[in-house]
Ligand binder design. Structure first.
Ligand SMILES: [Zn+2]
Ligand SMILES: [Zn+2]
Length: 175
């Protein structure tokens, strides 16, 4: 859905739309588990073309567990309230561009408006959790044999410990 400045000059634009899986490009990080609902509205803040876009994203995303690489589904709910200013740099070189204050998130758009899909994509990518685990205390993959340790306990860990003990014993007895 394209949010056009020209339309916004006439009226506030409410939206209630959904993006099918694959419509939002989430890099390799995640994919959509199903439709992503986006509800909200866009309005023109002033005559200079500043646009405010508010709304809520709802859906689910799927990625891999950081430790065991099994699929993890993240229920996704996110509110957003964003301000976009026209990128005037090219149009009017003499005019000074207002610098955004630190506590306001200000983005820029070029030309006739902006794509809602781009806003959604950006919001998701900016809010990705730092760690993505299938469960608290996921045991991950064994670095030795690659076994998923949530499923089966392999013998690598015990063997390594035994070897260390053996080395220690050898050292202490002075062989
Ligand atoms: Zn895991
Ligand atoms: Zn192992």
């Amino acid at each position: 859905m394209f949010i056009s400045v020209q339309d916004l000059e006439l009226r506030r634009l409410p939206f209630d739309t959904s993006f099918a899986p694959g419509q939002i490009d989430l890099l390799d990080e995640l994919r959509q588990s199903g439709d992503l609902q986006v509800r909200g509205s866009a309005e023109l803040v002033d005559s200079l073309g500043e646009i405010r876009v508010r709304g809520r994203l709802e859906g689910a995303l799927t990625g891999e567990c950081d430790r065991c690489l099994e699929p993890v589904t993240l229920p996704w709910k996110q509110d957003f309230d964003l301000v976009y200013q026209p990128d005037l740099e090219i149009k009017s070189p003499g005019e000074e561009i207002e610098i955004a204050t630190a506590d306001t998130e200000v983005g820029f758009y070029e030309g006739a408006g902006l794509e809602l899909a781009d806003i959604v994509r950006e919001q998701i990518l900016l809010s990705l959790p730092l760690r993505r685990l299938c469960r608290d205390g996921c045991l991950g993959l064994c670095p030795e044999c690659g076994q998923n340790r949530n499923v089966k306990v392999c013998q690598c860990q015990t063997k390594a410990t035994d070897e260390r003990w053996a080395a220690l014993k050898k050292f202490s007895t002075g062989d």
